[in-house]
Design a protein around this ligand. Structure first.
Ligand SMILES: [Zn+2]
Ligand SMILES: [Zn+2]
Length: 276
């Protein structure tokens, strides 16, 4: 058993934000790399909330004008730490047919290694379109349909917090049907899901914190995923360098054991180029 396994830490993180999004720690990008190195990570993928041309959402994502700075900062770190840790350039990006061309350009021309699908909202007619604020079932259903389309787009390396819709809808027959549709498509496409740690840290993290009311990861969702044979990455969803070593890692390991979900390792990760 490796040192990281003893401490329940993964040796990869593909879900890492930066100060540019407006709701993460103000730490420089390099502090994430230093923390990852100190804690035995082999791969660190940066996946800030996608900066989008023509769309401004202060406090949610960085402005599009920050794109070149983000790309050059991460690529410079990759070079500087070569041989010590593998650094990848990505975005956590909501799917919308309107964004497909832009996303393909990031992957094919801007040097991005990958995108992860984090469907917090979508875009219609050039504007953000929110799932919340509707009837619970309606919010979850709209989320599900967009998520399935995003999964089929071929743009993404995995699905971040697929159970995010439990923010808008409690567990019940409809939530279960959404879960089964997402898991079936994950299996059909061989596209992994992610057990996400972000929500568990809201309001701060301390050992022994009660996580029973946290909406995701949702045990019922993951129990079905486990029964169906779905594979998942652990997603730290780091919004500060210390999230890489401080957080509910033990809780997540236990969830994996209890539900039987197959937890993937760093080598299972496929950057976009490998998927085309
Ligand atoms: Zn965030
Ligand atoms: Zn997210």
């Amino acid at each position: 058993m490796s040192e990281n396994e003893r401490r329940a830490l993964p040796d990869y993180c593909f879900h890492t934000h930066t100060f540019r999004c407006g709701h993460a720690a103000m730490s420089p990008d390099e502090e994430y790399v230093e923390d990852a190195l100190r804690n035995g990570y082999r791969v660190l993928g940066f996946s800030d909330h996608a900066f989008l041309p023509g769309i401004r959402e202060r406090g949610m994502r960085g402005d599009y004008s920050l794109l070149d700075d983000y790309v050059s900062s991460i690529l410079a770190l990759r070079k500087k730490y070569e041989g010590k840790i593998q650094i990848l350039l990505g975005f956590e990006a909501e799917y919308s047919p309107e964004m497909e061309g832009y996303y393909r350009g990031l992957l094919q021309e801007k040097g991005f290694d990958y995108l992860i699908l984090g469907q917090h909202e979508t875009f219609r007619n050039g504007m953000p379109w929110h799932y919340w604020g509707r009837r619970p079932e309606e919010s979850a259903e709209a989320y599900c349909l967009d998520l399935l389309r995003g999964m089929r787009s071929g743009l993404y390396s995995y699905v971040a917090h697929p159970d995010l819709y439990l923010l808008w809808e409690g567990w019940g027959p409809h939530a279960e049907s959404v879960c089964r549709r997402i898991c079936s498509l994950s299996l059909e496409l061989g596209l992994p899901l992610e057990i996400n740690m972000g929500r568990s840290r809201i309001g701060g993290w301390e050992e022994g914190k009660d996580l029973s009311h946290v909406e995701y990861p949702c045990p019922e969702f993951w129990r079905i995923a486990g029964e169906m044979g779905v594979s998942a990455f652990l997603g730290v969803d780091a919004h500060s360098p210390w999230d890489l070593h401080k957080g509910p890692f033990g809780h997540m390991r236990k969830l994996v054991e209890d539900t039987g979900v197959r937890l993937l390792g760093a080598l299972d990760f496929q950057p976009s180029s490998a998927r085309w």
